[in-house]
Design a protein around this ligand. Sequence first.
Ligand SMILES: Nc1ncnc2c1ncn2[C@@H]1O[C@H](COP(=O)(O)OP(=O)(O)OP(=O)(O)O)[C@@H](O)[C@H]1O
Length: 212
Amino acid sequence: MSEPLLQAVNLQCERDDRILFRDLSVSILPGTLTRVEGPNGSGKTTLLRILAGLNDSYSGDMLWRGRPRHTYREEFLRNMLYLGHRPGIKPLLTPMENLRTLMAGRRYVTDKVLWQALEGTGLGGFQNVPSRNLSAGQQRRVALARLLVADEPLWILDEIFTAIDIHGVAALERLLVERVASGGAIVVTTHHDFNLPSMHRVTLGGRHDHGL
Ligand SMILES: Nc1ncnc2c1ncn2[C@@H]1O[C@H](COP(=O)(O)OP(=O)(O)OP(=O)(O)O)[C@@H](O)[C@H]1O
């Protein structure tokens, strides 16, 4: 069996005197998809940001390939792709310019490949339009185009299905399945009904006073 890429050991996180989670241990292995689930406010985004090294407000240990992550932080960051729940693109830049910026400091990818990635996310013909003129779903697709050119072994994806239409959701699910089948490790949160064979689940939050 392959070694875990990322391990969280006995994590605890408290926000505003409320414990979001405690004694939480998670192992992320190559070729697996882990879904973090729970009601609004249960700590899914917080946990993903901790896993991605973007939030230090926790106690517990984080290991990268079996070693303390903080001492291998650069290696970890080079091998991890994080997409947050906001698209994180710049409205004044075109999709091409945004994608180039998002790839900067990563592997070199030609403009032809980036152009094709945007076509592959349904943005053919919009590559050179200012992103502020795109719809919410199209802006999300600009960020998702990264997944078509990403080679990082670990993807951490927060609410990536938001604003995506049903055809886009189906294509995105296929992409995740293919990625896992080729050995990638994915951690995902989504409120969208998403169920893949052999999916691991991490469930947060015991309260279910849904309201509304
Ligand atoms: N920067 C912050 N400072 C203080 N509290 C925060 C901060 N960010 C989030 N929280 C609190 O932590 C809790 C968990 O928030 P989080 O965004 O992780 O939940 P979530 O499960 O992702 O929710 P949702 O399903 O609504 O996206 C919430 O009660 C929120 O108010």
